[in-house]
Design a protein around this ligand. Sequence first.
Ligand code: AMP
Length: 282
Amino acid sequence: MKIIKTIDEVRTEVKSAKQNGKSVGLVPTMGFLHEGHQYLMERAKEENDFVVVSIFVNPTQFGPGEDLESYPKDFDKDKNLCQGAGADIIFAPEVDTIYNQGFNTYVDVEGDITKKLCGKSRPGHFKGVTTVVSKLFNILLPHRAYFGQKDAQQVAVIEKMVRDLNFDVEIIPCPIVREADGLAMSSRNIYLGDMERKAALVLSKSLFEVKDLIEKGERNSKSIIEHILTNINSEPLVQIDYIEVVDKTTLESVVELQGDKLIALAVKIGKARLIDNIQVKV
Ligand code: AMP
């Protein structure tokens, strides 16, 4: 496995892999990797001959007062995890490699899809995400790119960007990997103290409960949201940002469940902002 910091070098490596007939899978990450990332890499390795993992804490997707400066890092651990998962390259550029001096060109998916849910409390976040993902696609020209459904809105936004701008890459959404007790794995879980970690379980517990209710026939979004709200409000350490039932592709709110829907939520617990969701098909 090679660790590469420059665009020229990573392009040369990927080009040569392609010239040798290899298919290329990309797994974009911000590092501090866990089993959720590992799943993405293993899936990429299964479906491609050559896997590039990017590790880049992208400043343009952080808002003022967010955790850009304190975002957790452990490059040695990341390296081992990537190697174990069969990555061929870690692409870990510096900020000024990706954002050259005077950088002034952005990719922005307009409309509700980026303005609602996380876009509401994190204005500009998705513009940063789509800009850096476009750059990674342009630099690496992968055949496939792997993203976690943990960030379901990110998947919907990137799929839309790929359709709208005709990127020649297949987006592969991957399921949420959870801790044994249900908490969705996240690099930001490290911010949680013991009590907060316990309180955070209310997120997956509420989502699993409404999944059961839906399996038993519940179709009304308002009742689903009420159920989650009551659960979460019983945890004083958890502050709700949003709880929504939306279409999986357009992210438009739905009144009655039918088709592929997403029940998504975001909360603050201490200094951690956590998101979670479940997909339902009825
Ligand atoms: P991040 O490093 O947090 O930007 O995440 C990089 C990629 O890993 C994104 O596509 C995330 O959706 C995905 N990811 C993060 N956590 C999980 C998880 N628990 N399960 C599956 N994918 C995840």
